[in-house]
Ligand binder design. Structure first.
Ligand SMILES: Cc1ncc(COP(=O)(O)O)c(C=O)c1O
Length: 392
């Protein structure tokens, strides 16, 4: 394939500078302003009131869970989940090593011991066969984890039914970190459904955003009620301030909830647009030897929140970092896929099981710009930069 000339970088309308293409910027619907105006006019801007309740209803509808608590971030939702699941210092919390640090950070801060399991090559999510074997061995040792965390990755839901079956056998609760999974399905069920609790994120880079924020979801009203109590400083009923526990200031402000409601109306359209972008990347680059795309297993439909590729340097003639640098030179942000948590300095020496799959992904994987408001010219610039790296 001859090297193509790179299309010119279009100037930004405001700054006049070449427009940088971010990895996954917010894509506004046009409804946010009216929703915000409604909240401002009502005066309910704090973390209480009708917009918050409406956002929680909208998240129930989008996720299929019966109860939802809107939180100030996905990480806050995970922290509340660990608290209501009763994680204590010294407890083991098992999670895939191929994820963002926020999956386990709150548990570690609570004194839990993380143990990292490898992911399956067909989904890049927690390997259920490995989990089954590790749980059986842990049961024999008499030291089961307090919680197993299944994590959705780049819009691909984890194989939760197999994970639940493995954990149910030992009575271990499953928490689904679905921060990246909103809208994905597995065998017709929505991401996270079936887990004791699931955490979602609405931060600025997600498929829909509230400008920041998260949600904790579940079907058990008692667990969600305890999380709600903890999220608002664990105030006991009394005219004065009364606390049997220490809580958090983790509730979502209503202004963010208003943005989230507007954004959720576009969820189906955003999923279709992200999937279409992934398909266009594959059509434009799929012929290049040594360049592969994130797989989608037959049992699930991903949202393709981020389009991810694997670069095999021996066949492609350039490595992942060459591609990342070429994209940066073309004004486009890309990111290596997750560096495995067991290889992070903060987790040096943490126990783990397997890890070769996650390490192989990190050596070769790159997330491409995945915003749904990208122009055709910007897409062409990205494709040309990647094609330009290929050496026969
Ligand atoms: C897998 C995963 N878990 C947790 C989080 C934390 O979400 P938040 O940024 O809303 O705290 C994120 C995203 O940021 C994530 O990608």
């Amino acid at each position: 394939m001859p090297r193509r000339a790179q299309p010119a970088i279009a100037p930004d309308a405001v700054t006049g500078l070449p427009r940088r293409i971010p990895l996954s910027p917010p894509h506004l619907t046009g409804l946010e302003e009216t929703a915000l105006r409604g909240v401002l006019d009502s005066g309910w801007v704090a973390p209480a009131g009708p917009a918050l309740a409406a956002f929680e209803d909208a998240v129930c509808a989008a996720t299929g869970f019966r109860h939802v608590l809107a939180t100030s971030s996905g990480t806050a939702a995970l922290h509340l989940a660990y608290r209501v699941l009763g994680v204590e210092p010294g407890d083991e919390v098992w999670a895939p090593g191929f994820t963002f640090i926020a999956t386990v950070a709150p548990a570690v801060q609570m004194g839990a011991v993380p143990r990292f399991l490898d992911v399956a090559p067909d989904s890049w999510t927690l390997d259920p066969d490995l989990l089954r074997r590790e749980l059986a061995a842990a049961a024999r040792r008499g030291r089961l984890p307090k919680v197993v965390v299944a994590v959705d990755i780049y819009g691909q839901a984890s194989e939760l039914d197999a994970i639940l079956a493995a954990c149910d056998r030992h009575g271990v609760p499953v928490l689904s970190d679905s921060a990246e999974g909103l809208g994905a399905t597995i065998r017709g069920r929505r991401a996270g459904q079936g887990a004791r609790l699931a955490a979602f994120s609405f931060n600025g880079n997600k498929i829909v955003t509230a400008g920041g924020g998260g949600a904790l979801a579940g079907d058990d009203p008692i667990l969600l009620g305890r999380a709600r109590h903890l999220a608002t400083q664990a105030k006991d009923p009394a005219p004065h301030y009364q606390h049997a526990l220490t809580g958090h200031a983790y509730a979502m402000p209503s202004l963010l909830a208003a943005v989230g409601i507007a954004q959720l109306t576009a969820l189906a359209a955003r999923i279709a647009a992200r999937r279409a972008l992934f398909a266009r990347y594959r059509a434009a680059l799929g012929d290049l030897p040594g360049l592969a795309f994130m797989p989608e297993p037959a049992w699930g439909q991903a949202t393709r929140w981020l389009s991810a590729i694997l670069v095999d340097p021996a066949r492609f003639g350039a490595d992942r970092e060459d591609v990342r640098r070429a994209l940066a030179a073309a004004g486009a942000e890309s990111r290596p896929v997750w560096k495995p948590l067991p290889d992070q300095p903060v987790f040096a020496g943490a126990p783990s099981a397997g890890g070769a799959v996650a390490r192989g992904l990190f050596a070769r994987g790159l997330c491409l710009p995945s915003g749904t408001a990208m122009t055709a010219t910007e897409e062409a610039r990205i494709v040309a930069a990647i094609r330009g790296c290929h050496r026969a």
